[in-house]
Write a protein that binds this ligand. Structure first.
Ligand SMILES: Cc1cc2nc3c(=O)[nH]c(=O)nc-3n(C[C@H](O)[C@H](O)[C@H](O)COP(=O)(O)OP(=O)(O)OC[C@H]3O[C@@H](n4cnc5c(N)ncnc54)[C@H](O)[C@@H]3O)c2cc1C
Length: 372
């Protein structure tokens, strides 16, 4: 293990790995610290959907910029790492399962059609069933959005971390236990008794970011939100669409990934701490909505149910930038349900800040100052 790096990044999920990749490929010496395994948490178990058109808040520009960056970078990162991120492009259809959904979905279409980088259109029930006859007959139409990306987020995160290694980053599977400051400048990270000296530290701890409150003397308001997904045996012929619908207070997606399996989900549960035990309730609610969308799924065997934790902030937006009052200390967290999509743009924004003190990516709305 090196005893000095220009930058130490704590957390080997999609966010930490992406920042490491950017900094290492620009020539900084980087140590990426991960206490479990690379992509061992949400970054390795997410749905892997990249669809910037679903965002409606302040993050819209970053979602679209990051999506374009994924399209530019995915081939390169896979080549540099030798890891196949299992990338698929397919249309997304937001289904209207009730008559009351029609005006909601038509308003969605109006919003999405303003994005020039995505083609979208309204489909009548008959058009949808012509495209995919296994979708329910009990249907009121839907919005089609062309060319969203689906990937395997475990492989994507691993590919990003390995590509960072190929550019000279060191991955160390140890826990960061303390930050060392000289006056208020971060100069090192302790791993138990061992020390790595550095010029900058980046905190990318995902749902564990609240623990960094002790390290930075400022409240880091990030909590874990439990999310569950279900994988079923694949359909033959393959399902070529990413489908989503709202039913019984639950939003559910149904899609077939490159691993051949049908993925269903996901749930959102706040307030259950760091519990990642798959639950019967989640299985029931996901299955109910998925079968309402595609009745044929009832005969597909359950292969796997997973639970993992999204990092969420009180206002739902990420926290990105320099930690106030601490020189050389940066944070990137709170990406909630969009961290895989946002990883490239966050990687570049934080790498810019660390190397030059500024970035042309507009992360100003996502600073600590908004929490007072
Ligand atoms: C069910 C579900 C479905 C999702 N689907 C999608 C999707 O389709 N598309 C999308 O874009 N996003 C999706 N997301 C969101 C996405 O998974 C997260 O936003 C993203 O993975 C967060 O990445 P991260 O690197 O911040 O956190 P994590 O992946 O949690 O990584 C943080 C890492 O920090 C490490 N760590 C913590 N403390 C320390 C320490 N002291 N020392 C060393 N290491 C430490 C942890 O071990 C962990 O590996 C989904 C999330 C869930 C839960």
């Amino acid at each position: 293990m090196r005893t000095h790096s220009d930058v130490v990044i704590i957390g080997g999920g999609a966010i930490g790995s992406s920042i490491a990749y950017r900094l290492a490929s620009e020539g900084s010496s980087v140590t990426l610290l991960e206490r479990d395994s690379i992509a061992g948490h949400a970054s390795g178990f997410s749905g892997g959907l990249l669809n910037p058109t679903s965002e409606t808040g302040k993050l819209v520009p970053l979602h679209h910029q990051s999506f374009r960056m994924h399209r530019e970078m995915l081939d390169r990162v896979q080549q540099e790492s030798g890891v196949d991120a299992q990338v698929l492009m397919m249309p997304h259809i937001e289904l209207a399962l009730t008559e009351a959904d029609i005006p909601i979905q038509k308003a969605e279409l109006e919003r999405i059609s303003k994005f020039s980088d995505f083609k979208s259109e309204w489909l009548e029930p008959g058009d949808i069933r012509k495209l995919e006859p296994r979708i329910t007959e009990d249907l009121y139409g839907g919005v089609l959005v062309e060319d969203v990306i689906i990937l395997d987020s475990y492989n994507f995160t691993l590919a990003t971390a390995r590509a960072a290694e190929a550019h000279g980053a060191e991955i160390v599977l140890r826990e960061a236990t303390r930050i060392i400051y000289e006056k208020d400048r971060a100069v090192g990270v302790m791993l138990g008794q061992d020390r790595i000296s550095c010029g900058a530290v980046v905190l990318a701890l995902g749902p564990w970011s609240g623990a960094a409150t002790l390290w930075v003397d400022i409240d880091v308001p990030v909590a874990p939100q439990k999310g569950e997904l279900v994988r079923l045996e694949g359909l033959d012929p393959r399902l070529g669409f990413h489908l989503r619908a709202f039913h019984s207070d639950n939003t559910c997606a149904v899609y077939q990934k490159a691993d051949g399996l049908i993925w269903l989900g996901a749930t959102r549960k706040d307030g259950s701490g760091f519990d990642t035990t798959p639950s019967a309730d989640a299985l029931d609610s996901i299955s109910l909505t998925a079968m309402r969308m595609m009745p044929e799924l009832e005969s597909q065997k359950l292969v796997l149910q997973t639970a993992c934790l999204r990092p969420v902030t009180p206002d739902g937006d990420p926290i990105l930038g320099q930690v106030p009052g601490k020189e050389g200390m940066f944070i990137a967290t709170g990406t909630a349900g969009q961290g895989i999509l946002l990883a490239p743009v966050i990687g570049r924004a934080i790498a810019d800040l660390v190397s030059t003190g500024e970035t042309d990516i507009d992360i100003a709305p996502f600073g600590f100052d908004r929490f007072g």
